[in-house]
Design a protein. Sequence first.
Length: 288
Amino acid sequence: MFSVCASGVGGEVSSVEEEWKVRVLHLLNMAGVSTTLAKFMPDVISRVFATVKSDPCGFTAEFEGGRLFKNNYRLAASALLAARHADIVHVHYHDELLPWLRRLYPKKVLIMHYHGDDIRDKWRVKQGRWRLADKVFYAVTLEKGAPEDAVYIPSIVDTCLFKPSETVPVAGSALHFNYFADDLAEEYALQYGLDLTVHRKEQGVIPYKDMPGVLSGFKFLVDVKRNFEGKLLPALSVTGLEMLALGRKVLDYAGHVHVGLPVMNRPENVAKKVYREYVNVLGGECVG
């Protein structure tokens, strides 16, 4: 992994050869992005704050530097204090934290990372918030309306946990997670002759550590979702990418079959891209 070399950022250093570790505070942990980034950046000192409600799968609890809060108020209060000791505050989803952070820390490096409906079709409406950040990241399908200097960050998959499985799935078996698109999932299952199992929200959230075992029991994932407005989401979900990392197949929103985790979604590549952005925004240089 890269390291940040002495560049005058973060305090005085005795030699240009001396190295220091970037301290990053992640606020919220949408779909485990924060903890997975932290896991694959061993040369970065990472802390992850999240609420119980925003992390039902338990990503944060599994991370050594993670801390869970009962509600947004408690998280915000603790985050505003903890930010003092961070070189970078990496905010996920909840951009309402930016005005408070900027007011308390005018010179602190802030990164705003959007993941989905938090910014889709809302770039203009929310510009008063994201303009307070030093850098803006966005996930797939969110580029429309994004500022020119915003950076696309591919979804990251923990390949230490999601790796080719030795479990032999039942031929023709398929799993679908209920997300306003059961009708389309059933249509594709019929088209491909698949035996579809639908996991509905009322069945409860599957703990993160159990996901590889659950997913590997199926040959296919029918990865179709609609947002709250009924619009079909034209991209593979993180769960879909995890299924590919397990060596299984995924049917996407258009009914196309995917095999194999894309290179850009491998954790070392996503972490490398984010780390370079960290270094650039701090004014340092990458080595390695």
